[in-house]
Design a protein around this ligand. Sequence first.
Ligand code: GAP
Length: 511
Amino acid sequence: MAQEDIFKKLIAHCKEYGYVFQSSEIYDGLGAVYDYGQYGVELKNNIKKYWWDSMVMLNENVVGIDSAIFMHPTIWKASGHVDAFNDPLIDNKDSKKRYRADVLIEEQLAKIEDKISKELEKAKKRFGDAFDEKQFRETNQRVLENQKNWDNLHNRFAKALNDGNLDELRQIIVDEEIACPISGTRNWTDVRQFNLMFATEMGSTSDGALKVYLRPETAQGIFVNYLNVQKTGRMKIPFGIAQIGKAFRNEIVARQFIFRMREFEQMEMQFFVKPGTELDWFETWKNIRMKWHRSLGFGDDNYRFHVHEKLAHYANAAVDVEYKFPFGFKEVEGIHSRTDFDLSQHEKYSGKKIRYFDSEMNESYVPFVVETSIGVDRMFLQIMSASYCEEQLENDMRVVLKIPPVLAPVKLAVMPLVKKDGLPEIARRIIDELKFDFNCQYDEKDSIGKRYRRQDAIGTPFCVTVDTQTLDDNTITIRYRDTMKQERVTITEIGKIIRQQVSFKNLFANI
Ligand code: GAP
């Protein structure tokens, strides 16, 4: 099945099984804003726990905070967001649709990459084990031509972005004959800059009201609390501050479900280091973060680093962790070496010294910062994309979410085979015993087969069936979601078996 179709099915599945709903749906929805349902919120909380514990529990020099969404407006002036947090937008005059000019060009680059990948796949099939990709890339005319086109376009695009040259971005769109997917025409407006911050007013009268912004990143809440935490926690450099919280961006083009939203959640960690050591720390955190992702077991090859062509105004190195979504490799997390830009700017704008006194060196300095920044929602989509499977069985078809057990919303479903003979009571007793340890669900409706399918569809890794044999020997059947294998174990063993599989410790051991 085409990847696009799988993605559509995944979106439908998320709604049908209580993972994600369109916000304000009964009022026809609100663009790029979503609500999480009863299973979605559990998965989201588990993702946050995986991240939070791996930051603040595993690292004794990383602590957490929770700063407010509203902050003094000068913070956004100091950080550069008021002047530079822009996306280049372009409209198609016929369809009246608005696009991000850079995204149109990136999609054009992806199309060329696609052509190259198709040639490689065909050749791999033709030559089998004897296929030498390097040699093929160096000699095949079609690949060479496409690679040349890609390089030219990429260089021109990177230069236009770095120069902030909006006319050139438009010219690239014209030269590449990029058409609007809706109208099919190439009738484009000029490219304009569009600031992504949402603004609102604080205060009771419009005259005296203060214009405040909904934060577009959580990081600034960490920067402005750097001194508070360093002093009250007596933190010694190098140390980190972690935070999970909502962020808001008025995205021009919000697409691909929860991939790009206007209200989303970030998990960010700012690691404060001695100037000159930041690029070593950047490498260290790059590797730690990649291990964190791969430790979920979705296949190492499905992740890659993407080095930034255009560095943000605050960075001296930047890389993304990308995952192979059904719509291609895309960013899940950004890792930036942010220099001393933010703290220095806040020193300048607030007039307060924001320094670290290094007692060994007997000198004060503005620390440099390495940031790791990941979207909770994007991580959610990554996990759902990786977990969604349609499996053909002998006489049936099943849709199963193979979410790693530790992150699964419901860990255990307990099912009495029939609703009589004391079986429901035993099932309830099992749940009462285990519900303090992990999320359990009781299910007695429909045939056992249907109940298994329902649990597969929400990703429950373990199902336990209580039957008449249970009355005799206190054993139950445990059924494993991924293999569908079943085994008979005693009631007292269930807790131990499941606890072992849903422990975060297993994941942390790999990081
Ligand atoms: N403090 C740095 C920062 O915010 P970013 O690359 O703009 O960097 C970091 O964002 C992460 O936040 C991204 O890798 C992505 O996972 C998530 N993110 C950014 N914009 C998003 C959006 N509109 N919707 C969902 N997630 C988003």
